[in-house]
Design a protein around this ligand. Sequence first.
Ligand SMILES: Cc1cc2nc3c(=O)[nH]c(=O)nc-3n(C[C@H](O)[C@H](O)[C@H](O)COP(=O)(O)OP(=O)(O)OC[C@H]3O[C@@H](n4cnc5c(N)ncnc54)[C@H](O)[C@@H]3O)c2cc1C
Length: 295
Amino acid sequence: MFTDNNNEDSRPVTPSQEDCCHSACDPCIFDIHKKLLEEYERKKKQNIKINNRSNVLHLYEYRNFVVSGIQEISECYILLVLKYNENNYKDYSILIDPGQYVILHLHDAAKPYTPISFTDDSIEFLIRIYPNGKFSQYLESIKVGNTVRIRGPYGNFKYESNSFQTIIMFSMGSGITAVYPIAKSIVDNESEETKIHLIGGFKNILQIPLKKELQTLSDYWNFKCTLHISQLQNLCSLHGIDVKSGRLNEKSIFEILQDKIASTTLILICGSSHFNKSVAQWVKCMNYIHIHVFE
Ligand SMILES: Cc1cc2nc3c(=O)[nH]c(=O)nc-3n(C[C@H](O)[C@H](O)[C@H](O)COP(=O)(O)OP(=O)(O)OC[C@H]3O[C@@H](n4cnc5c(N)ncnc54)[C@H](O)[C@@H]3O)c2cc1C
């Protein structure tokens, strides 16, 4: 279910045909409106107070953001910073829960992306560039000062502080964008006693994005990072990070999970649909029940 963080006081306003960008988005604004309406009716029936926060972002209206930074950080990954600087939302700020995603709209297309961090008025994205990818090629060629439209945030992952002893995060490639902000928010929270193990899969050592960020988290007592590199030419070490040669497979997942307690461990999975399906199947076979797949 989408988070109800619209800025209206009451019933969600029905979007007009002109609000639709006709880019075959998933989710489309009309799907979102339908879900919000169901949520609104449910809350109304149960007499639950509707909580309206002042979010710059809107679930089905695009907001204009301006590119304020763009940087190549590793082979095929860029960091993109988008800033909101319209005056009519002075008392508003950007509100996104860790792991949620937004829809970026540029030219004639729209695609989902997961912010890795945000401030009151800017959002940072880690973007994987595909040589034949339409939208990522658009993003690779934009310049500081260009406009990108954003709506959201979406995603139903909810985390309650200290609700698990351990969180194991399995990610592949750009899937790290969903789990990294969750890990960071837990490490940043001094009252957290949850231990995190983030396991990421990448093709080669040059592709690894967020190296420094992962190394910084590894300095904390409750964060551990292991990276599986499928095409590791030479042995290599990254301070604070355990680098392993070869793909993340059933055997390595078994080794990671065998000494954990299923009832107090949360498993997070984010990668390609094949990766998500395989990892979810393997962890279920080991009787893990608390599993969230980002897709
Ligand atoms: C909820 C959600 C959040 C996402 N968050 C992020 C994010 O934070 N950062 C990010 O970089 N991406 C993210 N993605 C993926 C992103 O939305 C695009 O799908 C991706 O950038 C490719 O779009 P494209 O138009 O460039 O490629 P397309 O034109 O759609 O694809 C062209 C070709 O690119 C290659 N390709 C595209 N996607 C993949 C893939 N996943 N794996 C392997 N090859 C692929 C294939 O060769 C494909 O034929 C997210 C996706 C979802 C569903």
